[in-house]
Design a binder for this molecule. Structure first.
Ligand code: EPZ
Length: 419
């Protein structure tokens, strides 16, 4: 187990390059399974969730090598169409492999993802979408088998909620179906557009990836391609809100400005200076920003749920009171009790957090309980007076490539300790 030792209270200065997006890499790796031959992913971050996905691919008969931030994946005839229970439990989002494996192999068996740190992770929207494409499902002893007894038949799919994972699974299946499938109320997250760009390079015919209506003309086969993973907008948001919590001036390279618009709007309204330099962004703040009024998490292009904990951490040291409403996940607030150990003044009622900013947090030992919550505690510790210890860094490593290096490049005093 490792922890982060942080001597907080320092302004942030410097420049950091934003690495590839975890939530794009995971579906991209599933997409490589659909492609015959070799695919190359550039700007592929070294994250434990990426490692788990690569191990799933290996278990399905693919092979891979990593050369720095480039991963070369070779997928061939797959004889195995089961995802091991241990890997499903390690990473709930492995469910995104279901559509691709069932489409390639005709069926797939995997354990139900169950719940995670964010609460229950139902897959009803995934099942409904694939049933529309001809899938049948059997559940047995905690495992589920998805198969297409009569092949994949194109259809119209109306998602009741724009689920990111269900949209991805529907695309991975329909892309190998006979005929034209239309997905209505599809998720619009930029990571989906990234995956559709990859698939179109591989020979698919997809229109509207990243919009709420995706049209897929099924094809017989796909070939391997080279693709650069888009930058991670939540890593960028983490650095942006850390600047807001600490003050100073930072530059973030390798960003896509429109993906950061919800965060930019909040920071500008709070008194932070933001310069858009196309593929980089420069932020400066003289510290103690004003608090936001009300922020509600929404599907893209709304304020992203994954950036919520980072915003709340920054909000803890602003002037005024902000109302934060989490609309996407049931248990996103577990980090708030730990923020209070740093002195934060936050009251929660259901999915609402009322944050009253204070001039300074004070260092303490705090425990990460999920990926973004752990990152939020790190941001708060960077701002706090004195020394903090953030434990269970394994959660943070799922989505941040060496977070100590990211903030170390921005003048933070942060070290990883092995406990
Ligand atoms: C993706 O999760 C991301 N993960 C999440 O990032 C992100 O928070 C989420 O999208 C929302 O943007 C990856 O891309 C790997 P959803 P996903 O299906 O696909 C409910 C992070 O920190 N729902 O859009 O699982 C669900 O319970 C992670 O990087 C159903 O009810 O999200 C949730 O309340 C966390 N039935 C809401 O929809 C279903 O069948 C959004 O889930 C599926 C989902």
């Amino acid at each position: 187990m490792s922890c982060l030792e942080i001597k907080g209270g320092r302004k942030l200065h410097g420049e950091v390059e934003i690495h590839g997006a975890k939530n794009s890499v995971l579906p991209l790796l599933a997409a490589t399974f659909l492609c015959d031959g070799q695919s190359v992913l550039y700007n592929c971050p070294e994250l434990s969730d990426v490692k788990a996905s690569l191990e799933i691919l290996k278990g399905l008969g693919s092979s891979y090598i990593r050369e720095g931030d480039t991963v070369i994946i070779t997928s061939g005839e797959s004889k195995i169409c089961e995802i091991p229970d241990v890997l499903m439990r390690e990473m709930r989002s492995s469910i995104v492999f279901m559509g691709a494996v069932a489409a390639k192999c005709g069926s797939v068996t995997l354990s139900l993802p169950g719940g995670c740190e964010l609460g229950p992770r139902p897959i009803d929207l995934h099942i409904d979408a694939l049933k529309r494409l001809g899938a049948s499902f059997e559940a047995n002893k905690g495992k589920i088998t998805c198969s297409f007894p009569d092949g994949i038949k194109a259809s119209d799919i109306h998602l009741k909620f724009p689920s990111v994972g269900a949209t991805e699974n529907a695309i991975f299946t329909a892309v190998m179906g006979r005929g034209t499938t239309v997905i209505y109320n599809a998720a619009r997250e930029p990571e989906i557009a990234d995956v559709c760009a990859f698939l179109n390079k591989a020979g698919a015919s997809i229109l509207g990836g990243g919009t709420d209506t995706v049209v897929i003309n099924g094809v017989k086969s796909l070939h391997g391609v080279e693709h650069k993973v888009m930058p991670d907008r939540i890593i960028a948001a983490t650095c942006m809100f850390a600047l807001g919590a600490c003050g100073g001036k930072i530059s973030l390279r390798n960003i896509i400005f429109e993906h950061l618009q919800p965060m930019v709007n909040i920071l500008k309204d709070s008194g932070c200076d933001v310069q858009n330099l196309d593929d980089s962004i420069v932020l400066s703040s003289n510290f103690r920003l004003s608090n936001f009024d009300t922020v509600t998490t929404q599907p893209y292009p709304g304020f992203p749920t994954d950036a919520g904990p980072l915003l709340v951490a920054m909000s803890s040291v602003t002037k005024g009171t902000g109302v934060f409403i989490e609309n996407i996940f049931d248990s996103r607030f577990r980090y708030i009790d730990e923020l209070k150990r740093l002195g934060a003044d936050i009251k929660t009622v259901g999915k609402v957090a009322i944050v009253t900013g204070i001039p300074k947090l004070r260092g303490a030992k705090v425990h990460s309980c999920d990926l973004r919550g752990g990152a939020a505690l790190t941001v708060a510790a960077l701002s706090a007076e004195g020394t903090s210890v953030v434990t269970n860094v394994e959660y943070i490593d799922r989505g941040y490539q060496r977070i100590e290096d990211i903030f170390g490049a921005l003048n933070a005093d942060i070290k990883r300790r092995w406990s």
